[in-house]
Design a protein around this ligand. Structure first.
Ligand SMILES: [Fe+2]
Length: 225
């Protein structure tokens, strides 16, 4: 699929213009989301459950992929700080409590709804292309930070008052995003990416996955998750 993000890879934009572009992608995503107050209980449940199904078991894996793929000590130090916070403060547990309190724990149906798009992101990370994974994770951190108010509103409308996950990520991911763009600039200086590669492939795949979280397509096939 050709996308607006793919086009920009031709001229190898510097990290700063990549950040501007990624901010635009986040803006467009958020603007496409439905008003939480207009959603049914089932729809709100679904968004929280699918988000949890994706983040709970994959975020640390993806960030670990970034760590394994990058080459510079400076970028590695930034990623280690991020991973330390994730593990030390048990962010997967924080997210599970958030989903539980909003009565939106993922089911097999939620896992199946994101399975195909999630698999594509997993396989992309498995190719261990450092710069491209860091671009994807910088986009993801930037998205998460700005998505937290929306996610918190969904939970609130579900009757929850458990907001530690959204409170923490609405703040800490600002620094995480800035750190990842610093890591990106350092890694790009090493210029280890094939110019023919789409630098935004991970962003494109992850954007599609996020769209599926919020606007799921009906799943009619049988699949093993
Ligand atoms: Fe986290």
């Amino acid at each position: 699929m050709t996308s607006a993000t793919s086009v920009e890879t031709v001229s190898r934009p510097p990290a700063v213009s990549m950040q501007e572009h990624i901010n635009c992608v986040v803006d467009e995503l958020l603007a496409s989301f439905p008003d939480p107050a207009q959603l049914s209980v089932e729809q709100r449940h679904g968004i929280i459950a699918r988000y949890t199904a994706v983040l709970e078991g994959n975020f640390i894996y993806w960030m670990t992929g970034a760590y394994l793929a990058i080459k510079s000590d400076e970028a590695r130090a930034i990623i280690i700080d991020n991973l330390l916070e994730e593990v030390r403060d048990c962010h997967p547990g924080m997210l599970r409590r958030f989903a539980l309190a909003a009565q939106s724990v993922p089911t097999d149906k939620d896992a199946l709804a994101v399975y195909e798009d999630l698999s594509k992101v997993r396989l992309f990370v498995g190719r261990l292309s450092g710069v491209r994974i860091v671009i994807m994770m910088a986009f993801f951190e930037g998205f998460i930070q700005r998505f937290m108010a929306y996610l918190a509103k969904l939970a609130e409308l579900q009757g929850s008052v458990e907001m530690e996950y959204t409170d923490v990520h609405g703040v800490c991911d600002i620094a995480h995003t800035q750190g990842l763009f610093r890591a990106l600039a350092v890694e790009m200086e090493l210029d280890l990416v094939d110019p023919a590669e789409n630098l935004f492939e991970g962003v494109d795949l992850l954007r599609t996955l996020i769209q599926t979280i919020v606007h799921p397509v009906p799943v009619t096939r049988s699949a093993t998750v």
